[in-house]
Design a protein around this ligand. Structure first.
Ligand code: ADP
Length: 548
């Protein structure tokens, strides 16, 4: 018999804690509605908690019951934050939907999840109109705005059962007792962007989310405290913005939400104006920011650290942030199936005795597991490979916030109790993991593997290169050989030969791309990663000069 209290790990306890202990700490949002270019909305954890409770009352009145899925197509902002707590807190499931998915995928997801209501930012009204016609199970659509903005944005909308968020909240009481229930109750749902086939849902529980929050905010991971001002660029519509809205609430950190303005200039203005100390996002976002800051000769006055993950962070980006701007880059790896944090790259005490160049070699890796995650690499037969920094194989994980079975699928996704990530990696003796590729993207040349990520990282270190993608092209002798596809920086010039020469001495000779193609842009997934399937399709008839 336990001698300790048994209190379930529930998401509502986070907002309740913040309201009590950090009630006046601010939550800032760049507004999405109203048409104004730069309007900041200011609220506090205290206020947000009251509004989340009004929302829970409103949902109850709408007939939302335990376990019902409530969809949202929304930018990072205060109303989205209120949904996170109001919906999960009352025992319903917060289903975040990625608006960058194709319309057919959106309809598939809303129907598969059986969303009862869908909330949306006004910018997504056209998507909702299309969706409403295909998602018949949805009882109503709720515009996240007041009546005036709603009427202005969609004066003669034909969205059926259209409701107004502020009207719903206005008539409700802010008195609400968060229900106490089993911590294994589902709390939120996120679909993987599904570059092939239909998207698959990952259904998080209160327990998995809370454990991810507590471990994820620790100094070994995202290191979030009440002294921080966090601007999550990573969207709340994808893997709960890496759990940051929960971690900041637990810590009482000031939150700054960028709304729909994710370009370099807008983000930089917000950083400066709200004295942001830490941020998080995918490399493509930082590319835009660095370009803006460089070309306008700006600096970061308060930003200390930025967490970069979602795809491999090019070493050149880490270098630029640290050398040119004094901002520490923390490289991290994870996936939707992992809530998402798996590893975070932070130095160990012994590394501080090393030269900056030696430290840099550690920093470019994807990092070490945080408490709660175990990982291993295995060969084709499932035998574990050594942690020597060289051997690479399929990366397998297990832990308290890792998926077992996809939502509404019959079978477990695990192999012998481990989740196969689909990534290929090596792990060094200190446990620092490095992703060399996604198993689908690795280039198989003459029975050996070439890492497309390594080649891309080198290409983007060239001053004339904005973005680069490497894919394997069929080759009569070698099976596959690498093709480098490059977007040049605006007004920059570089030839095929100059680029290839740039690889000299940086890679084994047989890794050298067989050809270079210049394009205006590269295709991206809904979460900002290079869409390699599309690249392979675009170049499926490409003949390498070495093929004859
Ligand atoms: P999707 O884009 O399909 O929804 P996720 O956002 O869950 O998928 O992405 C997970 C994948 O992203 C990982 O399996 C890995 O391939 C890639 N990834 C994430 N972070 C990193 C990183 N730091 N370096 C390299 N690859 C990464």
């Amino acid at each position: 018999m336990s001698s300790m209290m048994q209190r379930p790990l529930l998401i509502s306890s986070l907002i309740e804690h913040a309201a009590r202990n950090h009630g006046t700490t601010e939550i800032i949002s760049r507004t999405v509605e109203g048409g104004a270019a730069f309007v900041l909305h200011r609220t506090t954890y205290g206020e947000a908690c009251k509004r989340a409770k009004r929302l829970a009352n409103a949902l109850t009145r709408l007939g939302v019951a335990n376990g019902d899925r409530i969809g949202a197509l929304a930018w990072n902002g205060y109303r989205h934050f209120e949904l996170y707590y109001g919906v999960s807190g009352m025992g319903a499931v917060m289903h975040t939907i990625n608006p960058r998915l194709f319309p057919e995928q959106l309809a598939y997801i809303a129907n598969h999840a059986e969303d009862k209501y869908i909330f949306f930012d006004l910018t997504f009204a056209p998507l909702i109109e299309a969706l409403a016609a295909k998602a018949h199970g949805v009882k109503g659509f709720i515009a996240m705005a007041d009546r005036a903005c709603l009427e202005k944005a969609i004066p003669d909308s034909n969205i059926r059962n259209l409701l107004c968020y502020e009207e719903l909240l206005a008539t409700e009481s802010c008195e609400y007792e968060w229900p106490q229930f089993d911590e294994l109750t589902p709390s939120s749902l996120c679909y993987t962007s599904g570059t092939t086939g239909n998207p698959k849902g990952v259904l998080y529980t209160h327990r998995s989310t809370m454990l991810h929050t507590i471990s994820g905010m620790s100094p070994e991971a995202l290191n979030i405290s009440a002294r921080d001002v966090m601007l999550p660029v990573v969207p709340m519509f994808h893997v709960n913005a890496w759990g940051i809205p929960y971690m900041c609430t637990a810590a009482g950190a000031k939150l700054v939400f960028p709304g729909a303005a994710l370009d370099g200039a807008s983000i930089h203005t917000l950083f400066e104006q709200e004295k942001v100390t830490v941020s998080a996002g995918v490399p493509t976002v930082w590319l835009g920011l660095l370009t803006h800051v460089k070309s306008n000769n700006l600096k970061f006055s308060t930003l200390k650290e930025t967490i970069i993950g979602g795809s491999a962070c090019p070493p050149a980006m880490i270098e630029s942030f640290e050398r040119d701007y004094g901002v520490r880059v923390v490289h991290a790896w994870g996936m939707t199936e992992m809530s998402p944090i798996g590893t975070v790259c932070r130095l160990m005490a012994k590394h501080f005795a090393l030269s900056p160049a030696e430290q840099f070699k550690v920093q470019i890796r994807q990092g070490r597991v945080l408490y709660g995650v175990e990982m291993k690499i295995v060969d084709g037969e499932g035998h574990e490979l050594p942690h020597d920094g060289k051997a690479f194989g399929d990366l397998m994980v297990r832990g308290q916030w890792i998926v077992d079975r996809y939502f509404r699928e019959e079978h477990s996704a695990l192999r012998d109790g481990w989740f196969p990530t689909g990534d290929v990696a090596n792990i060094d003796a200190d446990g620092y993991m490095q992703i060399t590729d996604r198993s689908k993207d690795v280039i198989k040349s003459g029975g050996e593997w070439i890492s497309s990520i390594d080649l891309e990282n080198i290409a983007v270190a060239h001053p004339a290169v904005q973005e680069a993608g490497v894919i394997g092209i069929a080759h009569p002798k070698w099976d596959e050989r690498p093709l480098l596809v490059v977007v040049k920086k605006k007004d920059a010039e570089v030839t095929r030969e100059e680029l290839l020469k740039f690889f000299d001495g940086k890679i084994a000779k047989w890794w050298m791309p067989d050809d270079v193609v210049f394009v205006d842009q590269l295709p991206h997934t809904a979460t900002g990663k290079l869409l390699k399937t599309k690249m392979r399709e675009d170049f499926k008839d490409y003949t390498l000069p070495t093929a004859s």
